[in-house]
Design a protein around this ligand. Sequence first.
Ligand SMILES: [Zn+2]
Length: 267
Amino acid sequence: MKTVSLMFHDAVKDGDFDESGFPGAGADLYKLDLDQLDSHFRTVSGARPDGSSNILDLIGDRPEKTNVAPPLFMTFDDGGVSAVIYIAGMLEKYGWTGHFFITTDYIGKPRFVSESQVRELHERGHVVGSHSASHPERMSKCSPEEMHDEWCGSISRLSEILGFSVKVASVPGGFYSRKVAAAAATCGIEALFTSEPVMNCYHVDGCLVLGRYTVNNGMEPSISSSLAAGKMTGGKLRQHMLWNIKKAAKTAGGGFYDSIREKILKK
Ligand SMILES: [Zn+2]
């Protein structure tokens, strides 16, 4: 099965990056100004007049291959307060369902959503999922016990807040491994979004694993619409990613670009 998932983080007003989500230059690369985010939404809506999908409609049933466009999932990581104050309303304007992945240790802290805002996202028709409890630096390097605590701890916190079992999650920092998915499956997670830029999905111990395409600050809206339409694959995608990372590395500095470049070329 193929799906297209776009991965966003926070949205900020007038370049105020400290308004929402995690602080620092690394996190700022993924924060979009409100106008920028709306430009992406506008071009994506042009490319996908059929709208966005809800992951909960997909879990459990395994649709046969069809000729229609792959389901489009709009996803937002970290649980910054911009999810509620800006992004939910912008999605609703297009009739889309957002998937908000919350770092549960940060619930109620400055710049992050509160418990009542988690409930509000659900009540407004969006999907709430886990983005781990503490956002470990490298999830794939955690011990099995740590992985278990990150997934089960965050899922039970969200389930308690919402009053039903939360079944979806996204991997923090993009550090995915099969073990990360297997640990998620033992905590009742039925759909896990990674940061692998792929459309093909697969199951690990009954948990559906879905790739995602990152939309970062400065990315052309025409790229996100090509991605959403499933038109950017293979060499074209690699070329875009290299260019994109090069641009981001100029801001981040250091040997960042070389290591990422190597990773992309290996794929
Ligand atoms: Zn994150």
